[in-house]
Design a binder for this molecule. Structure first.
Ligand code: GLU
Length: 331
């Protein structure tokens, strides 16, 4: 990293020095983008929070002379598999992705069959994401089997929930034609559609609590159902990236008892092609300010660095992340 040390001697050559500095700074400047999810999801807050901390580190660096030159943006996107695809294309530098899709993308399994992304790199894991089936107040749906003949939102292509819903459909032997309609609404559209009576239920993999889910539950009496049959048990037993998850009683107005379902972890990923220095600075900005990060969303409250650097990560860690974790003595 270039340091600007102002000495009397340097001041004497101020004009020349400033010119040289300006040019070097422009060359050092790096714009990074982080793929998130829908604007009402938790991924969007993960991305916005990381950028906020990267910019905080930049502001501190301007005072101390430890400049990293990174400018960060975290646009809303279609979700997990869209983000992984765009990282592969070099269109995004980082992204948030469900642990199941990180695993499948790196290993070339499930929807990534024959399309393994061997340059996918893990950075850290973030919050747990239970898979929710949210059903309309008067829909009478109590289980996966009850979705038959109903209007069910399977999610937009590119979202993590779309993929995880397809895995469940396969395991339950449910075809699209078993639903009255299978809609492909985004996470932002689905709660309104449920409250407007346009769909009967939707599947969503998301952190707890979530503003979008609360529109449907607190807003129009929708409920989250339990998913713990032999199908989910089989999925959890057979795959390291799934685990049972509880949505605690009282999370939303209609959560009058704990909900048991299965879920994944949200993870932060990048490509081996992203420079070590860039990944190091992003990771450093997050972990040096982890207390700030924890306060930015209730789902981040219990984040523990020792778990974040290993839990739910199946792609190799990026060397820029490893460098920081080793410096901290965590590895
Ligand atoms: N898990 C969802 C996905 O992979 C996104 C959830 C969120 O936006 O918080 O697309």
């Amino acid at each position: 990293m270039r340091k600007l040390i102002v000495t009397t001697l340097a001041l004497a050559f101020a004009a020349g020095t400033l010119f040289a500095t300006g040019a070097a700074e422009a060359k050092d400047k790096k714009f990074i983008s982080i793929g998130t999810g829908g604007p009402t999801g938790v991924y969007f807050i993960v991305g916005q929070s990381i950028c906020r901390l990267v910019h905080k580190a930049a502001a501190e660096g301007r005072k101390t002379g430890r400049k990293h030159g990174i400018r960060c943006s975290a646009p809303s996107t279609g979700g997990s598999t869209y983000n992984i695809g765009q990282i592969r294309e070099g269109e995004l530098d980082f992204g948030v992705a469900q642990s199941d899709w990180q695993f499948h993308a790196y290993n070339g399994s499930s929807k990534f069959k024959g399309k393994a992304f061997k340059k996918l790199r893990a950075v850290f894991s973030v919050h747990p994401e239970p898979y929710h089936i949210i059903v309309g107040k008067n829909s009478g749906i109590k289980s996966w089997a009850d979705l038959k003949g109903k209007r069910f939102n399977i999610g937009n292509p590119g979202s993590g929930q779309r993929g995880t819903t397809e895995v469940l459909m396969e395991k339950y032997g449910t075809k699209k034609s078993d639903f009255k309609i299978a809609t492909e609404l985004t996470s932002t559209e689905q709660s309104k559609a449920l409250c407007d009576g346009k769909i009967d239920a939707y599947g969503y993999t998301v952190g707890v609590p979530n503003a979008g889910v609360s529109i449907a539950t607190d807003g129009c009496g929708a409920k989250i159902i339990n998913l713990m049959t032999s199908v989910e048990k089989g999925l959890v037993d057979a795959n390291p990236f799934y685990a049972f998850a509880t949505i605690p009683k009282g999370t939303y107005k209609t959560t009058d008892a704990d909900v048991t379902t299965f879920g994944v972890m949200a993870t932060f990923v990048t490509s081996a092609d992203v420079a070590e220095k860039v990944v190091y600075e992003v990771v450093r900005a997050v972990f040096e300010n982890l207390d700030d990060f924890r306060k930015l969303h209730p789902a981040f409250k219990n984040l523990d660095p020792k778990l974040m650097i290993k839990n739910a990560l199946s792609a190799p860690l990026h060397p820029g992340a490893v460098k920081y974790y080793k410096e901290k003595g965590w590895m």
